[in-house]
Design a protein around this ligand. Structure first.
Ligand code: NAP
Length: 285
């Protein structure tokens, strides 16, 4: 067994996570497994950053010459003013989960949304170009996913949300600022499943410990050729997935999004192709 002191050198590049709290994160296990697998002199650490110290922490990324960091709750939106540049996806999503540091210049990316698209193409065999999508929910995850689907070429995004004004806001953003068409539809989404190719469940309903919760949805109208993704991954099979699977639809949980946001961040920081299966095995489910 190689000890940590044998792996760390004076040249070791540091990546990490800025969040509060961070103790629950799977990212250190996922990235460190990938660094070790490729023999890269990198290490990934989790930094608990109190909201009042976010600006200092971002200054520290520059000052300490970190290769880059992930950003998680509650900092994904608040970090934006401290960065030098944003990708289009991060700007439209209004949130950053990955920062890349080059010579004092910090670029904010949203690999949550971009990772969701990579998951769809790599693992679900679903090419978003020209497709129609129904998004359930209009919070941060919904916005990241919807924006990146729109930038990846989906034809139409329908948004259903418990609070209709938030669905209308997200639909307007997509419609006005991306090439995709978009509109808000009623919650619960009772008329539409037959007309869309992909359904993405982005609310926390069904997440541990309230595993009996499930969005109200016309499951009987799903068709076998449709793809259904629940962004929840704990439990790995939610009640929503269970009910959708009975229709024969192809059903996935949120682990793919979690994995590929890390894969994209890894590739941005290191310039290397990520060892996807190594990273997948480092996840707990
Ligand atoms: P958020 O910004 O708080 O948004 C929550 C959304 O869920 C809102 O649209 C909210 O509707 C809706 N909602 C909440 N409780 C509801 C209820 N009882 N009935 C109906 N709708 C309800 O949260 P988020 O950051 O988007 O995260 C949402 C989920 O995505 C969480 O389960 C999170 O774990 C998951 N997620 C997964 C990944 C991944 O990598 N797989 C990444 C990010 C997030 P209102 O607008 O009406 O409040």
């Amino acid at each position: 067994m190689v000890s940590v002191s044998e792996l760390i050198s004076a040249r070791t590049r540091v990546c990490g996570l800025l969040g509060y709290p961070v103790e629950h994160s799977f990212s250190p296990a996922m990235h460190n497994a990938a660094f070790r697998h490729l023999g890269l002199d990198f290490v990934y650490l989790a930094f608990p950053v109190h909201p009042e110290r976010l600006e200092e922490a971002v200054a520290g990324v520059r000052a300490l010459h970190l290769a880059g960091v992930n950003v998680t709750v509650p900092h994904k939106e608040k970090v934006i003013p401290y960065l030098d540049e944003l990708t289009d996806g991060a700007r439209l999503a209004g949130a950053v989960n990955t920062i890349v540091h080059r010579e004092g210049h910090l670029v904010g990316h949203n690999t949550d949304g971009a990772g969701f698209v990579r998951f769809l193409t790599a693992d679900a065999g679903f090419n978003p170009a020209g497709k129609r999508v129904l998004v359930l929910g209009a919070g941060g995850a919904a916005r990241a996913v919807a924006v990146h689907l729109a930038l990846a070429g989906v034809e139409q995004v329908l948004v259903a949300n418990r609070t209709p004004s938030r669905a209308a806001e997200l639909a307007a953003l997509i419609h006005d600022q991306t090439p995709a068409r978009a509109c808000a539809v009623p919650w619960p989404a009772d008329v539409l499943p037959g007309e869309v190719d992909l359904i993405v469940q982005t609310t926390p309903l069904g997440m541990h410990p309230r595993v009996d919760a499930c969005p109200d949805f016309p499951f009987h109208r799903l068709r076998p050729e449709q793809v259904v993704v629940d962004l929840v991954y704990n439990p790995p099979r939610t009640l929503f997935m269970e009910r959708a699977a009975r229709s024969g639809a192809r059903v996935y949980n949120g682990l793919g999004m979690l994995l590929y946001q890390g894969v994209l961040a890894f590739e941005l920081w290191t310039g290397e192709r990520a060892p996807v299966e190594v990273m997948r095995r480092a996840l707990p489910f």
